[in-house]
Design a binder for this molecule. Structure first.
Ligand SMILES: Cc1cc2nc3c(=O)[nH]c(=O)nc-3n(C[C@H](O)[C@H](O)[C@H](O)COP(=O)(O)OP(=O)(O)OC[C@H]3O[C@@H](n4cnc5c(N)ncnc54)[C@H](O)[C@@H]3O)c2cc1C
Length: 186
């Protein structure tokens, strides 16, 4: 059940955005028993891949939240680069061939893995920890008042059914984010 938030005291932590950063934070808070909500304004999870080169230090963070085995299964390290001279193949070489695992460096190579796969893995971990992302839910704004963060326009779940009906009626009928109605503060 999604409830609007109109004041910071409603929750301990509000995580805005369910990209890799928000998901990692959510996993970390969930395993520590901290009360939070994680909201994502998009109506559905991103299927594309922007971040695909996972750096070694990021892999250590994923190890820490308990998903590294699942990530390593789907990723590729020590990726080969192919060089050309015109159409002639000059050869392949490991872009991280000089890097080696040590006690201080548990992941020596960048891992190539699509961002959507990383996000799916983190969402599964979040579910295991008893929490989940609230899709189609957007933070409208916030401000500071009396040393407290006040959610200015609230977090509102988009009314997907009403919106779909509106889109069907609309001549342009475009899907995509649109501003939320203002939520009065209590
Ligand atoms: C072309 C390109 C290539 C890249 N390649 C790499 C790479 O090779 N390796 C690498 O490590 N990184 C790469 N990056 C960077 C990587 O994609 C980002 O660092 C990563 O996505 C950041 O994660 P994030 O969770 O901080 O933000 P995002 O992934 O942007 O997630 C933020 C989320 O917040 C949501 N949101 C925003 N405002 C609100 C609101 N008001 N209410 C609710 N939800 C909201 C958005 O919908 C979004 O889902 C690349 C980026 C681009 C654009």
């Amino acid at each position: 059940m999604n409830t609007p938030i109109t004041h910071a005291s409603d929750i301990s932590v509000l995580i805005v955005g369910a990209g890799p950063t928000g998901l990692i934070l959510a996993c970390d808070l969930a395993r520590r028993g901290v009360d939070f909500r994680i909201v994502e304004k998009a109506n559905e999870y991103a299927a594309g891949s922007r971040g695909k080169g996972m750096q070694p230090r990021s892999l250590e963070v994923l190890d820490d939240v308990g998903v590294i085995d699942r990530i390593l299964v789907y990723g590729q390290s020590h990726t080969l680069l192919r060089s050309y001279d015109g159409t002639t193949v000059l050869g392949d070489h490991d872009m991280h061939q000089d890097r080696h695992r040590t006690a201080d460096i548990p992941y020596e190579s960048t891992l190539f893995i699509p961002q959507w796969r990383t996000e799916v893995t983190l969402r599964l971990r979040l579910e295991e920890l008893g929490a989940q992302v609230e899709l189609a839910t957007e933070l409208g704004g916030w401000r500071t008042q009396h040393c407290a963060q006040v959610i200015e326009r609230g977090v509102r779940r988009r009314d997907l059914e009403r919106r779909a009906a509106h889109d069907r009626r609309s001549s342009c009928g475009r899907a995509g984010p649109r501003p939320l109605a203002h939520v009065a503060e209590t």
